[in-house]
Design a protein around this ligand. Structure first.
Ligand code: NAP
Length: 477
């Protein structure tokens, strides 16, 4: 496979920046320089948008089956190159190789699943009041899509957007996070290998504000899909006004995990560890707050500490690592500040002091008890391997505490009583609720949040609608 990871992919070509400006990509575990990528300028971004628009005129009118074949090919190639792609993810993002391999499979699933969904973009015929009329409803691809993605799942976040957009008949201009552009460029090389027509997928690197502004201002870009922080999401909402651009926003979270006194704690532990420590806790759906019934709080805390301590922390490239480094020094500092703030407001540290690691970005899991809403860690996304525990005494209190956040992405419930879990689940103000389950992300399911976690859905048949517009024709015979 021809790959040129230090260039952008525009209109089927590998291109650099005319100015020669570039930025470094480093391994968060070792700080080693992995590559430099171009910093494109306004004019170069506009050229990519124009190429995507030109490609759209043809891509939209191809038979859905042809588009589906390309998508299937991309998914198959990702699986073929699973190991190389996983190593790229781990090198620039830091997560353990086993998680990176899983991310490749997860991303490939989006391409193969949306390959099938591409064939099912049906319309409607609606009876009219006037018997001489018919109402036809058709779905059309919205047009060129701008996609902006974060560093925590550099392949999956892009795949979720591209697969659905391409299936709908849209073309894309994507901007990955500066920490992890190489995985996005790996995907570009896979698109090239699949012989995807030029301009259908374009991957740009460079200044986020500059590229973001060009995407938002362009009348050729009909939609922007963004995954990242709530702060940047709000900025994009403001910027979308001038061109009345459609948005999908997958933003931050503050997931509660309610553990009822009838939960089977031993059986729950695997899911809980996955839900908390996956990707070193740097996941928008990671458990941020454990809300535990007071009757089992001591047992739960002991079990969580015991299991947390067994996780191996280190370089993600080491096959035995469970928790890799955090993405940057700034991220480590932010997590440490949240812990310090909590301790200074009465939280209790239940795990021993973290063992020294060779890399200061590697954090051993920390478990904090006696968490209260006055602490920053209660209301802010932790994005690190820190578990926080607070207690409740009845169902009402658990629901109110869980909902005590401006976010509404994911929530979890552990209970042996399914009817209780469903009753409580329906009262949780979150777009996704896992019951005795933290592996909630699946291609068939609508992923997304409410409140300040954003709007729109990714994956599932609802995810396809994000890239389609409705047109209705009133026909008199
Ligand atoms: P971020 O700072 O918002 O960055 C996300 C992306 O937006 C990056 O590519 C970033 O590029 C870009 N960006 C920043 N400022 C921009 C601007 N003015 N215009 C256009 N693009 C801009 O978020 P992050 O720290 O990378 O990612 C972590 C956040 O993502 C967390 O809050 C997490 O919860 C959220 N997330 C949500 C989901 C979900 O599905 N709901 C999934 C994963 C992550 P630069 O870095 O170059 O500024």
């Amino acid at each position: 496979m021809e790959k040129n990871p230090s260039l952008c992919f525009v209109n089927g070509q590998w291109v650099g920046s005319r100015s020669g400006a570039s930025s470094d990509v480093r391994n968060p575990a070792t700080n080693a320089l992995l590559a430099t990528v171009p910093a494109l300028e306004e004019q170069e971004v506009d050229q990519a948008i124009a190429a995507a628009h030109q490609a759209f005129l043809n891509w939209r009118s191809r038979p859905a089956r042809e588009r589906a074949n390309f998508l299937r090919k991309i998914g198959d190639l990702l699986l073929l190159h699973q190991d190389a792609c996983a190593h790229t993810i781990t090198a620039e993002q830091g997560k353990p190789l086993k998680e990176s391999r899983g991310e490749v499979v997860y991303a490939a699933n989006y391409f193969s699943w949306f390959a099938e969904e591409a064939l099912r973009v049906y319309g409607d015929i609606i009876p009219a009041d006037d018997p001489s009329k018919r109402i036809f409803v058709m779905k059309h691809p919205i047009g060129v899509v701008g996609a902006i993605t974060p560093w925590n799942f550099p392949l999956a976040m892009l795949a979720r957007k591209l697969a659905a957009a391409l299936a709908a008949g849209c073309t894309c201009v994507a901007k990955p996070a500066p920490e992890t552009p190489l995985t996005a460029l790996f995907l570009a090389s896979v698109c090239e290998e699949a012989q995807l027509p030029a301009g259908v997928v374009n991957i740009l690197t460079g200044d986020a504000e500059l590229i973001g502004a060009r995407l938002m201002q362009s009348d050729l870009v009909k939609k922007v899909t963004f995954t990242g922080s709530t702060e940047v999401g709000k900025l994009l909402i403001r910027q979308s006004a001038d061109t009345v651009k459609k948005l999908t926003l997958e933003l931050g979270g503050n997931a509660p995990c309610i553990i009822f006194d009838d939960a089977d704690l031993m059986r729950a532990m695997d899911g809980i560890l996955f839900g908390k420590y996956r990707n070193a806790g740097q996941t928008c759906v990671c458990i941020n707050r454990f809300l535990v019934h007071e009757a089992i709080a001591a047992d739960f805390s002991r079990l969580l500490c015991e299991h947390s301590k067994q996780l191996r922390v280190g370089n993600g490239a080491d096959e035995s690592t469970d928790i890799g480094p955090l993405i940057s020094d700034v991220a480590v500092e932010k997590v440490q500040n949240l812990v310090t703030d909590a301790l200074s407001h009465g939280a209790v540290r239940l795990t021993d002091s973290p063992s020294a690691t060779t890399n200061s970005r590697c954090m051993s899991p920390i478990v904090l008890g006696k968490i209260s809403p006055s602490m920053k860690i209660w209301s802010e996304e932790i994005f690190g391997p820190v578990s926080t525990i607070t207690t409740f005494s009845n169902d009402r209190e658990a629901i109110d505490r869980a909902n005590d956040t401006c976010y509404g992405l994911a929530a979890y419930i552990y209970s042996g009583d399914l009817s209780r879990a469903l009753r409580v689940g329906e009262q949780l103000e979150f777009g996704m609720v896992g019951i005795n389950d933290t592996a909630i992300s699946a291609v068939q399911a609508p992923f997304g949040g409410i409140k300040q976690s954003g709007f729109g859905r990714e994956g599932s048949r609802y995810g396809l609608d994000e890239y389609l517009t409705l047109q209705y024709m009133s026909v008199r015979g």
